[in-house]
Ligand binder design. Structure first.
Ligand code: NAG
Ligand code: NAG
Ligand code: NAG
Ligand code: NAG
Ligand code: NAG
Ligand code: NAG
Ligand code: NAG
Ligand code: NAG
Ligand code: NAG
Ligand code: NAG
Ligand code: NAG
Ligand code: NAG
Length: 834
C-alpha cells in the first residue's frame, strides 16, 4: 500500500478479553439515563444513556469478590466490555448476602451522589456542596456521569473530571501549572482490581508538553513534545489526516489541556492504560463487532524510556539494540557487553570549550567544535525550548553555550537545545527528526565536516498517534469496494438504456492521422491511466486525445457506458467530449482542445501566475462552482466528479474554466484507484476526510475539493506542497490559523493583492473554509456555494477542521511530495491521473 503503519496487526481482529463482567440481569423495565432522589439504583439495575451508548451499574470483576459501580460501553458485546470509569475504585463493596442485594447508588439528602452498602453506610460520595436539595444524576452519551442541580441546571460534579484508566473522546486530560492540579490516567492494579496501580499517564509540565507514562515516579515511556498537531516522538503517518488529539494552553489560567475528538462519534473509541503500563487506543464500530487495538505502546524494548542510558541510542532493527552516539563510547564496557546499558555512554574527545584553557594554549591552534547531523531520530528528553526564527539561530545559541550538547530545529516548535545527558534517544527507520549533535573537531569525519556541519535542511516533524478512524477507514474502504462496484454496475445499466447515437465515433486511423501516429511531440501529458495527445482532425478541429492504457483494467462495456454518461452532459463549464474510438485494444476519448491548458499551469507557475489577476481568478471560481452545481443538480444524471483539482480544470481561449475528467473515475477499478492515489499523492490534498477515513463519497466530497481549490486560487499555493515559515505543511491549517487570528489577508497571493476586491477575497476564503469542514453536514451544498460567491450574504462561521490540518511528516512521503511539487510535467498534463 505504500503506507508504513506502525502497527501492522491493526487490521486483524483478535479477541479482546479484558475482564469478564458479571452484571446481575437488569430488573428495570424501562431503562433511564437519570438517577433521582426518589429513584436510586441498586445492584442489578443500570442507567443507560439516551442514545444507548453507555451504561452505568454495579459490577464484579472476574475472579474477584468485590463489587463496584462503573460505566461501560453499552453497545459492545459483553465479553469485550471494558469498564471505563469506576466510582468506588478504592472502596469496594464486599459481596455478601446483604451487600449484593441491598447496596445502592442514590442521591442523598444533601444532594450528593452516594453509594451505600447494605448497612446504609456511605462507601463513596461526590462531596460537593449542593445548594438546592434537588439534584439529579444523568449519564450522557459521551459516558459522562453528571450531577446536575435540577433547579439551576448547573453541573455540580462530573465523572469526566475524575478519569481513571480510560480516556474517552470529549474528556480533557492535563493540568493547571499554577494550582498544580493534575488530571492523569492511572492504571488499575490488576485486570480484576480497579484500585490504583503503579502506572500513571499524563502531560508533563514542560513547554511544549510531552505525554509520559510513569512507573511510580520513574518515566516509563515518552511521546516526545507536541508540535501543534502531533507528538513528534511517535513515528507514523496519516497522509495529512489528523487523529483528533489537540492540546490547548491557557496561559492566564495556567491550564494545559489535552482533548480528543473523533471523526465518527457513533463508533467506540478509547485510550486505555493497562495495569502493566501499556497505553492502547481501541476502536470499534457496529460493523466490526470486535474491538481493534489500533495503536499501542511500548511495542518494543526501544520504546521504553532511556533503555540505552545517556548518549546511547536505541535501534529496534539492530542487535544489540543499544549503541553509543557518534563520538561516544560506553561508560562501562563490562556492563555494556552484559547488555546492561543503563549507564550510557561518555564523550570520547572533549569539546574545545570544555578543555582546560592553559593546556589549550600550549597545544596551539585548535579547531572549533561542530555539529553532526543524525537523521530520523526520536529527539532526547530534557530539552529546553528557545525561540528562534530559523535553524541557524538555534545553532548559534548552541555553539555559544559550552553546556549545549545538541540542538534540533523542529517544524511547529522551533528551536530545542539540550544541555545535559541525551536521554531516551531512538533511531527510527522512518519519520523522526534531525538531531544536531555537538562534537569536537576531531570526531567529525574530515570529509563530512563541511557537509554536515552547516547543513540546515528543512526539518520536519514526524509522528502521529495513529487513530482508528483512519486505520479502520482504509480497512472498511476495502470492504466497501464490492458495494461500490455494484453501485457502479447500476449506473451502467441505467446508461445502457440511453440513446448512444449522439456521440460521434471516430475511426482509429483518423486519430492516428490527427496525432501524427501519437508522436511524442504531440504529447500533452501523462495521466495515471494513459497519455494525452494533441491532435488536429481532418476538419481542422483541434482536439485532445486521451488514450487509455491497455493495462488500465477497463472493460469495453464500462468504457462505453462511461462515454455515454459524459456525452449527455452539456454545460459551458464542462469540457466537451467530441468523440470516442474503440477499436480492438484501443480505447480513446477525444475532447475539445483547450488552448490555455489547465489551471495548475498558471496558478502554480512562478511567471504565469501573474496573468491570473483577481478578476480572472474570481471568474474561474464562479465558473467551477457553476459547473459543479450542474453536475450535482442540474444535469439529467447526478454526477459526483470525485477528482476535482487544479489540473482537472481546463481553460479556454478566454480563460473560462471547464471541468474535465468528470465521471471517468467510475470506470476505474477501485483497487487501482487506491493504488494510484498512493502513487500520485498530489491528489490527496483534495480528498475529504469521510472518503479517506470512512470510504464514503457524496457531492459534499466534491464540495470539499472545491474548497481546497478556492483556497489555492486565493493563495496561489498548492494545498499539499505548502510550507510557510515551516509551521504548517498544509494550506488548510494555515488558512484556518490566519482566520482565527483575523489575519486572513495574509493568505492572499501577493500577485493579486493590487488587483483584488477585498470583500470578494474574504468571502472566498470564508467559503473555502466552509467547504473544507470535517463533517459533511457542515459543508454547504453547491447551490448555496454559488449563491454565497456572488452575493453579500451572512455566512455561517466555520468550525476548526481537526482532521485535515495535519502536516505531512514522513520523510519518504515528503520526498514524493517534493518531487510532485517540483515536477513541472505533473502540472502541465491536461488530464492527470488521480
Ligand atoms: C484468581 O485470584 C486468585 C487469588 O487472588 C489467584 O490465585 C488466581 O490465580 C486467580 N485466577 C485467575 C484465573 O486469575
Ligand atoms: C437503609 O435506608 C432505607 C431507606 O432510607 C431503609 O428503607 C432501610 O431499611 C435501611 N437499611 C438499613 C439496614 O438500615
Ligand atoms: C470533602 O471535601 C472537603 C473539602 O474539600 C474535604 O475537606 C473532605 O476531606 C472531603 N471528604 C471526603 C470524604 O473526601
Ligand atoms: C427540599 O427542600 C424543600 C424546600 O426547599 C423542602 O420543602 C423539602 O422537604 C426538601 N426535601 C428534602 C427531601 O429534603
Ligand atoms: C516498574 O518499577 C518497578 C520498581 O522500580 C520495577 O520493579 C518494575 O519492573 C517496573 N515495571 C516495568 C514494567 O518496567
Ligand atoms: C482546561 O480544562 C479545565 C477543566 O476542565 C477547564 O476549566 C479549562 O477551561 C480548560 N482550559 C482550556 C484552555 O481549554
Ligand atoms: C501488558 O499486557 C498485555 C496483555 O494485556 C501484553 O500484550 C503486553 O505485552 C504487556 N506489556 C508489558 C510491557 O508487559
Ligand atoms: C459513523 O459510524 C456509523 C456506525 O458505525 C455509520 O453508520 C456511519 O456511516 C458513520 N459515519 C461516517 C461519516 O463515517
Ligand atoms: C589545567 O591544566 C593545568 C596544567 O596543564 C593544570 O595545572 C590545572 O590543574 C588544569 N585545570 C583544570 C581545571 O583541569
Ligand atoms: C548555558 O545554558 C545553561 C542552560 O540553559 C544556562 O544555565 C547558562 O546560563 C548558559 N550559559 C551561557 C553562558 O549562556
Ligand atoms: C503513420 O504510420 C503509418 C504506418 O505505420 C505511415 O504510413 C504513416 O505515414 C504515418 N503517419 C505519420 C503522420 O507519421
Ligand atoms: C489563452 O489563450 C489565448 C489563445 O491562445 C491567448 O490569446 C491568451 O493570451 C491566453 N491567455 C493567457 C492568460 O495566457
Amino acid at each position: 500500500m505504500g503506507i508504513q503503519y506502525r502497527i501492522p496487526f491493526s487490521f486483524l481482529s483478535f479477541p479482546f478479553l479484558l475482564f469478564v463482567l458479571f452484571t446481575i440481569p437488569s430488573q428495570h423495565c424501562t431503562p433511564t439515563d437519570t438517577l433521582t432522589q426518589s429513584q436510586p439504583i441498586s445492584a442489578g439495575q443500570t442507567l443507560i444513556s439516551s442514545g444507548q451508548f453507555f451504561e452505568l451499574g454495579f459490577f464484579i470483576p472476574s475472579n474477584s469478590s468485590k463489587q463496584y459501580v462503573g460505566i461501560w460501553h453499552k453497545n459492545v458485546p459483553i465479553h469485550d466490555r471494558k469498564v471505563v470509569w469506576v466510582a468506588n475504585r478504592g472502596n469496594p463493596l464486599t459481596v455478601t448476602a446483604t451487600d449484593s442485594a441491598s447496596s445502592s447508588l442514590t442521591i442523598g439528602k444533601d444532594g450528593n451522589l452516594r453509594l451505600l452498602d447494605g448497612m446504609n453506610n456511605t462507601v463513596w460520595f461526590t462531596n460537593v456542596s449542593v445548594h438546592s436539595n434537588n439534584s439529579i444524576a444523568v449519564l450522557s452519551d459521551k459516558g459522562d456521569l453528571t450531577l446536575v442541580d435540577s433547579v439551576s441546571r448547573l453541573t455540580l460534579w462530573e465523572s469526566f473530571n475524575y478519569p481513571y484508566d480510560t480516556f474517552l473522546p470529549g474528556m480533557t486530560l492535563g493540568m493547571n501549572t499554577k494550582t498544580g492540579d493534575k488530571r492523569f490516567l492511572s492504571s488499575w492494579l490488576t485486570e480484576d482490581d480497579p484500585s490504583p496501580g503503579k502506572f500513571v499517564c499524563g502531560l508533563s509540565t514542560e513547554a511544549p508538553p510531552q505525554v509520559f507514562i510513569w512507573n511510580g515516579s520513574k518515566p516509563y515511556w515518552r511521546s516526545g513534545p507536541w508540535d501543534g498537531s502531533k507528538f513528534i516522538g511517535i513515528p507514523g503517518d496519516l497522509y495529512g489526516y489528523g487523529d483528533g488529539f489537540d492540546i490547548t494552553h491557557d496561559n492566564q489560567q495556567g491550564n494545559v489541556n489535552m482533548t480528543w475528538h473523533v471523526y465518527n462519534t457513533s463508533s467506540v473509541h478509547f485510550v486505555f492504560l493497562t495495569p502493566n503500563g501499556s497505553l492502547k487506543i481501541i476502536y470499534m464500530d457496529e460493523k466490526v463487532k470486535n474491538p481493534y487495538v489500533i495503536w499501542m505502546t511500548p511495542l518494543n524494548r526501544c520504546e521504553i524510556y532511556g533503555v540505552c542510558g545517556p548518549f546511547g541510542v536505541c535501534n529496534e532493527n539492530k542487535s544489540p539494540n543499544c549503541e553509543c552516539l557518534k563520538g561516544f563510547v560506553p561508560n562501562s564496557i563490562e556492563d555494556w557487553k552484559k547488555g546492561n546499558w543503563a549507564g550510557g555512554c561518555v564523550r570520547k574527545t572533549d569539546l574545545l570549550c570544555q578543555k582546560n584553557t592553559s593546556s589549550l594554549a600550549s597545544s596551539g591552534k585548535a579547531q572549533s567544535d561542530g555539529f553532526w547531523k543524525l537523521r530520523s531520530m526520536k529527539l532526547p528528553d530534557h530539552f529546553e525550548y528557545l525561540y528562534s526564527e530559523d535553524s541557524s539561530g538555534c545553532q548559534q545559541w548552541c555553539l555559544s553555550n559550552c553546556s549545549c550538547v545538541a540542538y534540533a530545529y523542529v517544524t511547529g516548535i522551533d528551536c530545542l537545545v539540550w544541555t545535559g545527558g541525551l536521554m531516551d534517544v531512538q533511531q527510527f527507520s522512518l519519520g523522526g527528526n534531525d538531531l544536531y549533535l555537538r562534537l569536537s573537531y576531531s570526531e567529525l569525519g574530515k570529509d563530512k565536516k563541511n557537509d554536515e556541519k552547516f547543513i540546515i535542511s528543512f526539518t520536519t516533524i514526524s509522528g502521529v498517534v495513529l487513530l482508528g478512524a483512519f486505520m479502520y477507514g482504509l480497512h472498511r474502504w476495502r470492504a466497501n469496494q464490492r458495494v461500490n462496484k455494484e453501485n457502479r454496475r447500476k449506473d451502467f445499466e441505467m446508461a445502457d438504456s440511453m440513446d448512444t447515437s449522439e456521440l460521434p465515433i471516430i475511426g482509429f486511423d483518423k486519430i492516428l492521422a490527427a496525432t501524427d501516429n501519437f508522436s511524442t511531440t504531440n504529447k500533452l501529458g501523462e495521466g495515471g491511466f494513459g497519455p494525452v495527445y494533441m491532435g488536429k482532425l481532418e476538419d481542422g478541429q483541434q482536439v485532445a486525445v486521451k488514450r487509455l492504457s491497455s493495462h488500465s483494467g477497463q472493460g469495453v462495456e464500462e468504457f462505453k457506458n462511461e462515454i455515454i454518461l459524459i456525452s449527455k452532459l452539456q454545460h459551458r463549464n464542462l469540457v466537451r467530449l467530441s468523440g470516442c474510438c474503440i477499436e480492438g485494444e484501443e480505447k480513446l476519448l477525444v475532447y475539445e482542445y483547450m488552448t490555455n491548458k489547465s489551471l495548475d499551469t498558471f496558478l502554480f507557475d512562478a511567471t504565469k501566475r501573474v496573468q491570473l489577476n483577481w478578476a480572472k481568478r474570481f471568474h474561474i471560481i464562479q465558473g467551477i462552482a457553476r459547473g459543479l452545481l450542474y453536475l450535482h443538480r442540474d444535469s439529467c444524471l447526478r454526477i459526483i466528479h470525485r477528482d476535482l483539482k487544479a489540473s482537472n480544470i481546463l481553460l479556454d481561449d478566454d480563460m473560462n474554466p471547464k471541468i474535465s475528467d468528470f465521471g471517468l473515475a467510475r470506470t476505474f477499478q477501485v483497487t487501482q484507484e487506491l493504488a494510484n492515489t498512493h502513487r500520485v499523492v498530489g491528489t490527496f490534498g483534495y480528498m475529504s476526510p469521510e472518503y479517506v477515513l470512512g470510504g464514503l463519497f457524496s457531492e459534499k466530497s466534491d464540495v470539499y475539493s472545491f474548497g481546497v481549490l478556492v483556497l489555492e486560487m486565493v493563495s496561489g499555493m498548492r494545498n499539499t506542497c505548502f510550507h510557510y515559515h515551516e509551521k504548517y505543511l498544509n494550506l488548510l491549517g494555515y488558512a484556518w490559523k490566519l482566520c482565527r487570528e483575523s489575519r486572513a489577508s495574509d493568505l492572499v497571493d501577493e500577485v493579486v493583492i493590487d488587483s483584488c476586491s477585498w470583500s470578494e477575497v474574504m468571502r472566498c476564503i470564508h467559503i473555502g473554509l466552509l467547504c473544507v469542514q470535517d463533517h459533511v453536514a457542515d459543508r454547504p451544498a453547491m447551490s448555496s456555494v454559488v449563491l454565497m460567491i456572488s452575493n453579500e450574504i451572512d455566512l455561517p462561521h466555520p468550525k476548526q477542521p481537526k482532521f485535515t490540518i495535519q502536516s505531512l511528516s514522513d520523510v519518504d512521503l515528503r520526498s514524493q511530495y517534493n518531487k510532485i511539487c517540483s515536477d513541472s510535467k505533473a502540472s502541465q498534463s491536461i488530464i492527470e491521473g488521480r
